[in-house]
Design a protein around this ligand. Structure first.
Ligand code: CTP
Ligand code: MG
Length: 377
């Protein structure tokens, strides 16, 4: 089995987007673009190259992913690639796939085609798509001439190479200014082969490309599931609800901290990925979970969603009780749930209702919660 490393260059400033952050850290369908791009290479060894001063942004974007610490790139893309290749040299792979952080829509099909082409003996594999629009070139005098699109192709990434050969090409041609690695490979006389790229593998370049990329992601697998939980009141002076400790005339009975809100959301998330329920992951017979803080359960469920490549679009929870009043705590609950799930508070909804004195919640015997989660896989 050849050893393969993926080099994702994310050291640019993203100036053409005109946005506040370098584009690779801007959110795309709920996640930083860099995270989405790295996740597209799930199962591979991925080395990320970032710009100076981007360490914190990168740490946030990559939190929880199994990747080594990013290395620092340079002033040009070419320089960033060269520095990334050098970082790989201590434990050099057989093949390297060099990819733009700005192409989050790369499919496993194109990745597999690039690798297969290298395995078949090419020095380099280049995904390309045929030009389909009519092309015209503007001359210095302002006149336009038609350019035949026959035999014209647009180059994409990941561009795959025999590691030793592209590393040598980068070292030997460091001064030459080229726009991609293939141009360098050609200068170095490498045997390069084309593979079929994909139209949807766009390079997010301008602000409006974010909306286009989101709509292309939109065709993903959207899952919705619900969760429900009840805990009974007991003697006490506080309860845990949606991650907050709230003073109350009673406590809540439970093996853990009995946070019905977080338990319902945890079950809803597990439901979205068909991963059973909270009792299966954290059995009430297990002493480890006695008195446990329920954010750990929710964090675990969110981790399972992420491990599937999923993104949490939205969670909504309804607390059903006569007392305590939820309204005064709603903002803090939203913020807490958002923090545990690592999503924006605008993707969290906390609601409450009484049952008009009816049933067990009406008799103030306990609290119920029901939740709905929406996940994009
Ligand atoms: N890149 C890099 N190091 C640089 C410049 C670019 O690693 N010095 C990376 C970018 O982060 C991006 C990829 O190369 O993932 C393609 O470059 P481009 O789309 O041009 O991104 P930016 O240079 O960031 O954008 P802009 O040119 O608009 O500033
Ligand atoms: Mg650039």
């Amino acid at each position: 089995m050849p050893r393969i490393a993926v080099l994702i260059v994310a050291a640019g400033k993203g100036e053409r987007t005109g946005l506040g952050l370098p584009k690779q850290y801007e959110r795309l369908a709920g996640q930083p673009m860099l995270r989405r791009t790295v996740e597209a290479f799930r199962g591979h060894y991925v080395q990320v190259v970032i710009g100076g001063g981007q360490q914190e942004l990168a740490a946030c974007a990559l939190a929880g992913l199994d990747v080594p610490t990013p290395v620092l790139g340079g002033a040009t893309r070419q320089e960033s690639v060269r520095l990334g290749l050098e970082a790989l040299s201590t434990d050099a792979p057989d093949y390297v796939l060099i990819h733009d952080a700005a192409r989050p829509l790369i499919s496993s099909k194109v990745i597999a085609a690039v690798i297969a082409t290298l395995e078949a003996g090419a020095d380099g594999a280049l995904p390309m798509v045929a030009a389909s629009d009519t092309l015209r070139r503007k001359a210095d005098d302002g006149c336009w001439t038609l350019v035949s699109r026959e035999n014209l192709y647009r180059a994409q990434t990941p561009q795959g190479f025999v590691y030793a050969k592209i590393a040598a090409a980068h070292r030997n041609h460091a001064g030459q200014d080229v726009t991609d690695d293939m141009a360098l490979a050609e200068l170095a006389g490498l045997k390069v082969q084309m593979v079929e790229g994909e139209e949807k593998n766009i390079k997010v370049t301008r602000k409006e490309d974010f909306a286009l990329a989101e709509s292309l992601f939109g065709s993903g697998d959207i899952r919705t599931a619900s969760g429900y939980d009840v805990h009974k009141f007991k003697d006490g002076d506080h309860i845990w609800l949606c991650g907050l400790e709230i003073a109350h005339s009673h406590g809540l009975e439970g093996h853990s901290d009995a946070d019905v809100g977080l338990h319902a959301i945890t079950d809803a998330l597990l439901g979205c990925i068909g991963e059973g329920d909270i009792g299966q992951h954290f059995p009430p017979t297990d002493e480890r979970w006695r008195g446990a803080a329920s954010w750990k359960f929710l964090d675990h469920a969110a981790g399972l969603v992420r491990a599937r490549g999923g993104v949490i679009n939205h969670v909504d929870v309804t607390i059903i009780c006569e007392r305590p009043k939820v309204g005064p705590h709603r903002g803090a609950m939203k913020a807490k749930i958002a923090e545990i799930l690592n999503i924006e508070p605008s993707r969290v909804s906390v609601k409450a209702t009484t049952t008009e004195g009816l049933g067990f919640t009406g008799r103030r015997e306990g609290i119920a919660a029901q939740a709905t989660a929406t996940v994009r896989l």
